[in-house]
Design a protein around this ligand. Structure first.
Ligand code: ATP
Ligand code: MG
Length: 355
């Protein structure tokens, strides 16, 4: 029997609330699908920072490295600057474990209206480059406080970085029977970094993935196509910044933050990958037990898929769809009154009741 060690970082705000429900559903999956999960929780959140002056212990990454995967909730607290939570916890994990793929499915769910009139049957995935690009700490400020103050922010794109994210996206397309890969940049304006991206993406697709259809757009045009014809995409490939923006646009097309999962994936599996909802700690609703746990539960399903438990993963997504299709249990963000727990339990029940 497969046995997986899972590190859980529930985090701040609604993180622990939605994490409880994901763990509940994982327990059901474990019992029915014949694998076992050894779960260890780590209290590395803003409270921990206020007490210890750091987001995680010095050997935090060494500890996490011994796990098969990390399930992450959300981090963010008004008392701790965002730079700290991001650069001392999330970024070290992403970069240290070479999680260079940020994977986000964009999929219509039953009973969840899209804000688009043509918003039915949307189903594509975004591969966002997660380790380099525009989100770098290279740069600085000059002449601070003076009239001539300037800031320099460097974008770093490497041939290796572009090649590996392209291969990951194309392999996913092939493995899942998806015909088309769409790449987005702004290489008419960002002429150094984005031209390098365009050239090497195209080369890798042509040399190694001849069976796939390939298209390249400027990201501004692609944003419009997301709205005009979202059904025409299979796998969308974009750099760190553009992928981030396109992902939230995608999430908006199919029902919002409470429903959007993501994976920070190390495709080589030489380090653990990390799975987390797209949403943050939602301080405005924390502590009320009303957050939607679907994004977290779905993230747990992505984790199982990555670990190779594809049937269990598929069953969890199906359970989410069944509950939404029935329409009886809905949290407030999707127009209902159910609590976080009621939603988690309904999905657990739907999982068990599948034939
Ligand atoms: P962060 O900086 O941590 O990303 P944020 O304020 O930018 O925080 P979120 O924490 O994701 O973003 O919250 C944005 C809005 O979406 C808030 O109004 C929040 O209540 C709502 N929201 C986020 N996640 C959920 C959820 N799971 N269920 C219901 N509402 C949610
Ligand atoms: Mg946010």
């Amino acid at each position: 029997m497969a046995d997986y060690r899972i590190a859980v970082i529930a985090g701040d705000g609604i993180g622990p609330e939605v994490m409880d429900e994901a763990l509940k559903v994982l327990c059901e999956a474990e019992q029915e699908e014949g694998f076992s999960l050894e779960v260890q929780a780590f209290p590395w959140n803003s409270e921990y920072y206020l007490e210890h002056g750091r987001m995680m212990p010095e050997d935090g990454l060494d500890t996490l490295q011994t796990f098969d995967a990390i399930l992450f909730g959300a981090i963010g607290d008004a008392r701790v600057p965002d730079e700290v939570t991001i650069w001392e916890l999330i970024m070290p994990i992403r970069k240290g474990f070479r999680q260079y793929v940020n994977f986000r499915p964009v999929k219509s769910l039953p009973g969840i209206p899209s804000p688009l009139a043509n918003g039915e049957d949307i189903d594509f995935v975004i591969f966002r480059e997660n380790a380099e690009g525009e989100y770098s700490d290279s740069g600085g400020r000059l002449y601070a406080g003076q009239e001539g103050e300037i800031a320099i922010q460097n974008t770093i794109m490497t041939r290796t970085g572009v090649e590996r994210i392209t291969r990951a996206a194309c392999r996913y397309a092939e493995e899942h029977g998806l015909g088309k890969v769409t790449s987005a940049t702004k290489s008419n304006a960002v002429i150094h970094a984005n031209k390098l991206w365009d050239e090497h993406v195209r080369r890798i697709v042509e040399e190694e993935f001849g069976g796939l259809q390939f298209e390249q757009y400027y990201v501004d045009a692609l944003a419009a196509y997301f709205v005009q014809r979202p059904q025409s995409f299979d796998v969308v490939l974009a750099s760190n910044l553009f992928g981030d923006i396109l992902s939230d646009l995608g999430s908006g097309l199919v029902g919002g933050l409470g429903l959007s999962p993501s994976g920070n994936i190390n495709p080589e599996k030489d380090y653990p990958s990390m799975f987390e909802p797209v949403h943050g700690s939602a301080p405005d609703i924390a502590g009320q037990g009303i957050a939607n746990p679907i994004a977290q539960i779905w993230s747990a399903a992505l984790m199982l898929e990555h670990l190779g438990e594809k049937r269990a993963a598929g069953r969890i997504v199906k359970a989410i769809e069944d509950v939404l299709a029935e329409g009886k249990v809905k949290t407030r963000d999707i127009g209902g009154t159910a609590t976080t727990r009621e939603m988690g339990s309904a999905i657990g029940e739907a999982f068990k009741n599948q034939t």
